[in-house]
Design a protein around this ligand. Structure first.
Ligand SMILES: O=C(O)CCC(=O)C(=O)O
Length: 245
């Protein structure tokens, strides 16, 4: 696929306006299928690393999300995509700092919901200049718990959150009714497409009650000039602990 400066600029305008963009056909389906097939092997090899807050399972013990995919060979391979890293630089208007990789596996029939939230509530960046590239390993739509966005909600700044008690997404908006005036969009995307969202856009996903899995691998970047606000992070962790008690 050919991306020139004009295309980058138009994607940047859309990202700034809406808080997310959809990029179609960025990876070929053969690679995405190979990545999908390799997941089980990775899980077996990484049992010792994947514990505690790094992994969440459904009640019947199926992996729902993994929050440390940084060492998976396919996270590293997909991250090498030059178009995506150049685009991320344009969107962040800065050089890139790697901010990890996660898997939202959302298995067929039992996949759990991700309550609506803003990523920077728990990333705690000083300037919210971070983004997530959500790569579809399966086709994803409202039928199998596709990611939803509240269009333009990133313009509200950081909103109050409260404990969600949902495994893998511990926080949710304290006042969800505030989203009533925003358009809710669930992009219909195919395997190999990706979504890119701003760390302040309100998003989430519903349960997957369909017979089709909805796996999304995320790679995340923050701007080189951004950093985690240590005090904010400490307070966030303190609140989380207290609430969990
Ligand atoms: O994949 C999902 O269902 C949720 C994704 C998400 O919350 C994220 O990428 O920040």
């Amino acid at each position: 696929m050919y991306f020139n400066l004009r295309k980058f600029e138009s994607l940047k305008k859309r990202y700034d306006r809406n808080g997310y963009v959809v990029i179609r056909n960025i990876f070929n389906k053969t690679d995405i299928n190979k990545a999908g097939e390799d997941l089980e092997k990775f899980f077996k090899k990484s049992v010792l690393d994947l514990k505690g807050r790094n992994i969440n399972k459904t009640k019947n013990n199926i992996i729902n999300s993994v929050h440390f995919m940084n060492n998976w060979k396919w996270s590293k391979k997909l991250k090498k995509n030059k178009i995506l890293s150049q685009l991320a630089k344009v969107l962040l208007n800065d050089s890139l700092k790697d901010f990890g990789s996660e898997l939202f596996a959302k298995p067929a029939n039992v996949g759990l919901a991700s309550p609506m939230h803003q990523d920077n509530y728990y990333w705690c960046l000083n300037n919210a200049n971070g983004l997530t590239i959500w790569i579809a390993l399966d086709d994803s739509s409202k039928n199998n718990g596709g990611v939803f966005y509240f269009n333009k909600s990133h313009k509200l700044g950081l909103l109050e959150h409260t404990l969600s008690y949902a495994p893998g997404s511990s926080q949710t908006l304290k006042y969800p009714e505030g989203m009533q005036s925003f358009k809710k969009i669930i992009p219909n995307i195919r395997k190999g497409d990706c979504l890119i969202h701003h760390s302040l856009v309100v998003h989430g996903s519903n349960k997957n009650l369909s017979s089709f899995a909805r796996r999304g691998l995320t790679i995340r970047y923050i701007g080189k000039k951004s950093h985690i606000d240590k005090l904010k992070k400490k307070n966030y962790e303190k609140d989380l602990k207290l609430n969990l008690k």
